[in-house]
Design a protein around this ligand. Structure first.
Ligand SMILES: [Zn+2]
Length: 203
């Protein structure tokens, strides 16, 4: 029988502990809300039981996917730390960042960069937290399938987030955010590519 005690949940979920995180962050990153699946990663034993492998096999709206690349895709986090919280995942079921090929690494980074541009457009994000929890000991909720968090931040967001996170409409909010972000993806990509041209030496 599954162990649903608080300690168990804390052990298997993304608490996203990073060095040098300010105090307000601790209140924001509440571990018990962060299990991507109800029973934690003990449920993810292989690709067949992995939600990050399953998501791309359904339509974007059902899976809350905002963008698909060649090797990686971007999906809304079902249990967001903040509205607009996204995850960048490789299609391949692999746990470790060094496992990515050069091409996968490039697209993984590019989708993260575009995701930031889009969040600036659609939600006026003032800052971001980016990162990966590597391995169960590193706090990964689903350690078996690599995923990078993109979390938009606003000044003082630690104060109102617990209220947002407790509302019953959070699923609808995620769906609305998915639509806004998916609709804004092309514009964000254009701006990203323009910046790339401007920043390329010799152009
Ligand atoms: Zn997977």
């Amino acid at each position: 029988m599954a162990d649903h005690s608080a300690n168990h949940d804390a052990a298997v979920t993304d608490n996203f502990a990073l060095p040098g995180v300010p105090d307000a962050f601790d209140r924001l990153w509440t571990p018990h809300r962060m299990a991507y699946v109800a029973k934690g990663q003990s449920q993810v034993t292989d690709e067949a039981s992995c939600p990050f492998c399953a998501a791309p096999q359904r339509d974007d709206e059902t899976s809350l996917i905002v963008a698909r690349g060649t090797t990686c895709y971007v999906v809304m986090n079902l249990y967001p730390y903040n509205p607009g919280h996204m995850l960048v995942c490789p299609y391949r079921h692999l746990p470790d960042y060094p496992d990515l090929t050069i091409d996968e690494t490039a697209e993984f980074a590019q989708l993260t960069q575009i995701g930031m541009e889009v969040l600036r457009d659609v939600s006026r994000a003032a800052g971001f937290n980016l990162g990966m929890n590597q391995g169960k000991a590193g706090g990964a909720g689903i350690a078996a399938h690599l995923h990078q968090h993109i979390v938009p931040r606003w000044g003082g967001d630690g104060n109102f987030l617990p209220i947002i996170a407790e509302t019953k409409n959070v699923t609808a909010t995620i769906g609305e955010m998915r639509t806004m972000i998916a609709d804004g993806w092309a514009t964000g990509t254009e701006r990203f590519l323009t910046k790339q041209q401007d920043n390329t030496p010799g152009c």
